[in-house]
Unconditional design. Structure first.
Length: 419
């Protein structure tokens, strides 16, 4: 049995307590929305509330490529500060077994007259909210913090699509951090926007933070094949969990408190692809006794997260055996990015003070992506924490540049990261 001195644990808790509070606030904070023009709904959809029960994933047929992104139900969405759009169900594909799925989300259109060629589309991958259906952003007027970014993107003249991801807001489990499913959901949200809104261009880009950063990166890798018929221009991935295999260690316990709180959710996501996974091999104590608290994003359960966090010890996330370490590392390595060359340029933003997705993990993933020929501008922001909102304006500028033909910075070609 591996042990760690109590004094070391106490120091770790002290160092991590503030970081955890900041992380929880970033994940769960409410955002602000802005006005957007109501989007038209064609007669081919049915009201969201009267659609067939969402999420009959196990019975869904294999997807016809022509059905990807097809909107099967919609209803008006009214968000904070007058944010107006459509809440939708749309067709997508499981990245695990190729089944056809139904995914919920929201779509928004800017006010005014579309430019020549139609409105460009930005598809948004949201950061981690939780694993329960209540954690689908489309169920909340503030989109669980995404209303502000949506408003900003609308102000720049983009149609905006926000996927909830498979299993959030629909029946069935959410394959948390399984990148291919996330990529398909993000890409099909572009198709859904084009299905709903007149005068929408096939040109699209993706942006996401944390979980959404992984989704945006994965979408860049799947854009040429799965995104056929669309024109991909770039992806911005902020604090992306590109490769999580280092999170499980066969040495002394080395997880920060946010990582300990994150681990049960990661196990839940892995168990969708690997039902043989035994959570007790990796977590115990308060983490096994409060699983719904850790999966929640609202209400009384959410309010109990901090007390769970502060009751943890290093032993609560100590792997049971070296075999369990090797097994989980293999699973995580299969999901790690890059998996194939991206179909367009990427921006990858790395926070120097990220104690959830460590900077060296992401830097290594960027290095591997450069090695297979990707064009990446890597921005290293030394003073930022995980999912730091201060990086967003610059990411929006980069995204806008992909549609206007601005020069692409390629740090893979040398010169080091930008800031």
């Amino acid at each position: 049995m591996r042990t760690v001195p109590a004094s070391r644990h106490n120091r770790a808790v002290t160092r991590s307590r503030t970081a955890f509070v900041l992380l929880a606030a970033a994940v769960l904070a409410a955002g602000c929305g802005g006005p957007a023009a109501p989007s038209a709904t064609p007669d081919t959809t049915v009201p969201y509330s009267t659609a067939p029960p969402a999420g009959t994933v196990s019975a869904a047929p294999l997807p016809n490529p022509a059905e990807r992104g097809q909107v099967t139900a919609s209803e008006p969405f009214t968000g904070t500060d007058g944010l107006v759009g459509q809440k939708i169900l749309y067709r997508s594909t499981s990245g695990i077994d190729g089944r056809g799925t139904e995914v919920s989300g929201t779509v928004f259109a800017p006010a005014g007259t579309p430019p020549p060629g139609g409105w460009p589309v930005v598809t948004v991958g949201h950061p981690t909210t939780g694993l329960l259906d209540e954690c689908a952003p489309s169920r909340h007027p503030n989109l669980l913090g995404e209303a502000g970014p949506v408003r900003d993107l609308l102000g720049r003249g983009f149609v905006v699509a926000v996927t909830d991801y498979e299993g959030l807001g629909t029946d069935g489990p959410h394959p948390y951090l399984e990148p291919i499913t996330a990529a398909y959901n993000v890409i099909d949200a572009v198709r859904a926007a084009r299905f709903l809104i007149p005068d929408v261009s096939p040109r699209w880009a993706a942006i996401g933070v944390s979980q959404g950063g992984q989704a945006a990166w994965a979408a860049a890798e799947r854009a040429a094949e799965y995104g056929d018929g669309l024109e991909f221009v770039g992806s911005a991935a902020l604090s992306p969990p590109a490769d999580l295999s280092p999170i499980v260690s066969d040495g002394p316990p080395n997880l920060d408190l946010p990582q300990q709180m994150f681990l049960p959710m990661l196990l839940d996501g892995l168990s969708v692809s690997h039902p043989e996974l035994d959570p007790s091999a990796y977590i115990r104590g308060p983490l096994t006794e409060n699983r719904d608290v850790l999966r929640a994003c609202t209400g009384p359960l959410k309010s109990r997260k901090l007390s769970v966090a502060l009751s943890l010890t290093p032993a609560d996330t100590l792997p049971r055996s070296d075999d369990d370490v090797a097994r989980m590392r293999e699973w995580l390595a299969r999901d790690a990015l890059p998996q194939r060359p991206a179909s367009g340029p990427m921006l990858v933003v790395i926070a120097g003070r990220d104690n959830l997705i460590r900077a060296d993990w992401t830097i290594a993933a960027v290095g591997r992506a450069c090695g297979i020929g990707d064009v990446i501008e890597m921005r290293y922001r030394a003073d930022d924490v995980h999912a730091d909102a201060r990086a967003m304006p610059g990411a929006f500028d980069w995204l806008s540049g992909r549609f206007t033909g601005a020069p692409v910075v390629d740090t893979c070609a040398g010169g080091g990261p930008t800031s």
